[in-house]
Design a protein around this ligand. Structure first.
Ligand code: NAP
Length: 252
């Protein structure tokens, strides 16, 4: 039995990519998972697949830029599995790629609402229960773009930088109550997001060879590892999957 067997976890952005892979990976070790995203049929399908493999999975339609949705998500996890032990704040968008000076204020701000405020909403909704039970792990999926300005990505770089600071602030406040908050920078991953980046043709990331991106299962395994007690030293930090020491620790 794994130390996380029987725990209850929410994974946002679980309709595809890193989030879907993480839900599958956590369920393999017996974690009860709640898959959240806007695409209802896709999360239902992913949850059904997990159940057909013997796991326990729920699908909840949720837009992380809407606080009521996020509150409902936490409540669903508590009513289905009795508690919430793990929250993976993974949902994110790269669109609209384009220059700041010609950007659309509405779509630019909406990306920030998802990538930054969505992480805050997850923390705000999950922390009271976790702090009261004096245990919990929150993993925020970050990006190297948080500390690396890239042409056409001002919304993404800025919102990921803000979310990275939230990781540190949340851990400082919740750590004394037994809750660990860690960020993971996954490197470039072969998901729908990289398809959109390639199609944009803007900045060096769009010029990368598809073969250079890692499979989403790798960050999914890393997130699973970070949820375990062995990762306690990374509380309040944002770690990179490109870090050789960390990869060795994770057994990659
Ligand atoms: P992806 O395949 O495009 O998946 C993004 C996920 O986020 C989807 O499940 C999407 O579901 C969900 N999502 C988007 N907006 C949402 C919203 N408002 N509410 C709820 N869910 C929402 O991309 P990915 O590569 O797996 O990205 C996952 C995370 O990794 C993101 O935070 C991304 O910034 C980060 N990341 C990715 C890479 C990379 O190279 N791929 C690199 C660094 C960091 P719906 O559309 O169904 O809502």
């Amino acid at each position: 039995m794994h130390e996380l067997t029987g725990k209850a976890a929410i994974i946002t952005g679980a309709s595809r990519g890193i989030g879907a892979a993480t839900a599958a990976e956590l369920s393999k070790i017996g974690v009860n998972v709640v898959l959240a995203a806007r695409s209802e049929s896709q999360i239902r399908h992913n949850a059904e697949l997990i159940r057909s493999n013997g796991g326990q999975a729920e699908a909840v339609t949720c837009d992380v830029s809407n606080y009521k949705d996020v509150q409902g998500l936490i409540s669903h996890c508590e009513s289905s599995f009795g508690r919430i032990d793990i929250l993976i704040n993974n949902a994110g968008v790269i669109e609209p790629i384009g220059h700041l000076a010609t950007s659309n204020p509405d779509t630019w701000a909406h990306a920030a609402d998802i990538n930054f405020k969505g992480v805050y909403y997850g923390l705000r909704a999950a922390l009271p229960a976790m702090m009261a039970q004096k245990s919990g792990v929150i993993i925020n999926v970050g990006s190297g773009a948080a500390s690396n300005p890239l042409e056409g990505w001002s919304h993404y770089c800025a919102s990921k930088a803000a979310a990275a600071m939230l990781t540190q602030c949340a851990d400082k406040e919740a750590g004394p109550n037994g809750v660990r908050v860690t960020g993971l920078i996954p490197g470039t991953v072969a998901t729908e997001m990289q398809v959109l980046i390639k199609a944009s043709g803007i900045n060096p990331v769009s010029q990368m060879d598809v073969a250079d991106h890692v499979d989403p299962v790798l960050p999914a395994k890393a997130i699973t590892w970070l949820c375990g007690k062995g990762a306690a030293q990374y509380a309040g930090k944002e770690v990179s999957l490109r870090d050789e020491t960390l990869r060795k620790q994770m057994g990659f």
